[in-house]
Write a new protein. Structure first.
Length: 556
């Protein structure tokens, strides 16, 4: 490890594995990928239906939680982040949502020049092998396998949910990652040939045979090494022993929206007041580091199912054994899906150009740990407003790299977010009450019909809302005259040389869905910026937007 590498990548997660592959591809550059965790080769990571197990494991999850959140009854909210090769892509729910075209145009309007939808679409395509093949919107030869599930047609509840949304007046969309990003339809997942398609599996494993790529696990990076205003390497520990590593060209932080700002702050890069309070010498005063934290929240709407068609009958040990056996030998059946196979994105009110509420439909009434929440059969939708205005922050609590940070999401701090939740609850009830679900819909278990007034909804949401696990924005991208921007539009840390941030930290605003897909896209695009390659040509394609969006909430 006395060798100087051209590029050091910190974090082998959703972005880091992409960069490791792309930066080492031509064989011209030596690349070192550092990961605090260990291997991801575990059957419970590989099997899609077992997603609750790695999420609950201290081996694969950092196990962060927020400070007491003042606007949700001072509850501490869990904030799982992946530890090990693949990072959070090895423990997440495998839902593949790129984001609406308007999300990336919003980024550009916020100062992320060159990151509009037309600029990002070719990188989404480059990343992907979509089960339906190449098209105007989808990729057909990328590293990341993306599928539409295998049970949409087998379980009638999936289609009934979609049909209910159409009956309620919303669009039907066959591909929310394509032309029509609004409406009800099948949900997509990062599963390939029945196996979880983490970035470790898709990007890193094919690249590890290259002699110019070195992967070092169990490295906890403490600080960046600075020579004046230039970053020249990193220091930390490898299996508990001190280590220093040198970068000839750049250090790239891809440790995620929680850990990347922590590394900067421990290095003396961040808000001067915070660093001084902790006794850390200020090397570079950069006020936006750790600020602008955003996340999605969700609740479970649960109902009894009046017919024995839900997955609740498959949650016993006997059924799990046969599901696991079929998956082990054939990589098929209920073991090969995350069970989120239908979904929706809707607008909560007129005057919105793109959706602000997301639904994941699950044909079971169950907890996130995979245990049933009722006796008998049921179904549920995970739902929440997905364009929050509340903002939080991430701060280190000491110079100790092993210390967990102080995380404050500030959920429901903004009054518009409270109003959005009231509308979300009411619209959800209206959708579930459509004729398409009459044959299956039993009693509303949660929230329960006694939760109906504004005050009752507000109280129930504060008591029951959970994170959807999409933290981002803590080192946001922007222009040079934006005092709160941490990186420029090439992901370079402002005011420093030799260091970039490439992960969900740089998002100016949270997209309208799950953030794994846009994180991979950011890494794909950043790889070209780092290597000085010309950007892929923008793709101007039509996008469906309700022509009367200013005056109506839904088309019918």
């Amino acid at each position: 490890m006395n060798k100087t590498f051209d590029y050091i990548i910190v974090g082998a997660g959703s972005a880091g594995c992409v960069l490791a592959n792309r930066l080492s591809a031509d064989g011209k550059h030596s690349v070192l990928l550092l990961e605090a965790g260990g291997s991801d080769r575990n059957i419970l990571i590989a099997m899609p239906t077992a997603l609750s197990y790695p999420m609950a494991s201290k081996t694969y999850n950092w196990g962060y939680e927020s400070d007491p959140e003042p606007h949700v009854d001072n509850r501490r909210i869990t904030c799982p982040r992946g530890k090990g090769l693949g990072g959070t892509s090895s423990i997440n729910g495998m839902v593949y949502v790129r984001g609406h075209a308007c999300d990336f145009d919003e980024w550009e309007a916020a100062g992320a020049t060159g990151w509009g939808y037309a600029d990002c679409l070719p990188y989404f395509k480059r990343a992907e092998t979509w089960q339906g093949g190449e098209g105007d919107y989808r990729g057909g030869s990328g590293p990341l396998g993306v599928t539409g599930g295998n049970n949409m047609e087998r379980n009638p509840l999936y289609q009934a949910f979609v049909d209910a949304g159409v009956e309620a007046g919303y669009p039907r969309t066959d591909d929310y990652n394509g032309y029509c990003g609004e409406g009800f339809g099948p949900m997509h997942m990062t599963v390939s040939r029945g196996v979880r398609e983490s970035t470790s599996r898709a990007y890193l494993r094919p690249a590890q045979k290259r002699s110019n790529l070195t992967v070092l696990k169990h490295v906890l990076v403490d600080q960046l090494i600075l020579d004046g205003k230039r970053v020249t390497g990193v220091s930390g520990t490898h299996k508990g022993k001190p280590i220093q590593l040198s970068a000839g060209k750049e250090v790239i932080l891809s440790a995620g929206s929680i850990a990347s700002p922590m590394i900067l702050q421990r290095s003396g890069i961040g808000p001067a007041a915070l660093l001084s309070r902790l006794g850390i010498p200020v090397r570079h005063d950069l006020g936006g580091v750790g600020e602008n934290l955003q996340d999605h929240m969700e609740v479970y709407f649960q109902f009894h199912c009046t017919q024995p068609v839900s997955l609740n009958s498959k949650l016993n040990l006997f059924s799990k054994f046969f599901i696991g056996a079929r998956w082990f030998f054939f990589k098929s059946g209920l073991g090969a899906t995350n069970h989120f196979e239908s979904c929706a994105f809707i607008r909560s009110r007129s005057g919105l150009k793109s959706p602000d509420i997301q639904y994941h439909f699950l044909p079971a009434a169950m907890r996130y740990d995979g245990t049933p929440s009722i006796a008998g059969h049921g179904f549920q939708v995970h739902v929440g407003p997905n364009k929050p205005k509340s903002r939080g922050r991430v701060e280190i609590t000491s110079a100790d790299p092993a210390a967990h940070p102080s995380i404050l999401f500030n959920y429901l701090q903004h009054e518009d977010d409270i109003a959005a939740w009231r509308q979300c609850i009411r619209l959800t009830r209206e959708i579930i009450d459509q004729p398409a679900l009459d044959a299956y819909r039993g009693a509303e278990l949660q929230p329960g019909l006694d939760v109906s007034s504004d005050d009752e909804i507000d109280t129930w949401v504060r008591q029951n809302v959970e994170s959807a696990y999409h933290p981002c924005g803590t080192a946001r991208m922007g222009q040079g005259d934006d005092a709160d921007a941490v990186v420029d539009t090439a992901c370079r840390v402002r005011g420093l040389e030799g260091v970039r941030i490439v992960d969900a930290s740089v998002f100016p605003t949270v997209p309208y869905g799950n953030i794994n897909a846009p994180t991979i896209m950011v890494a794909e695009k950043a790889a070209d910026l780092i290597l000085g390659k010309p950007a892929l040509s923008p793709l101007s394609v039509p996008i469906w937007i309700d022509e009367k969006w200013q005056g109506r909430q839904r088309p019918r």
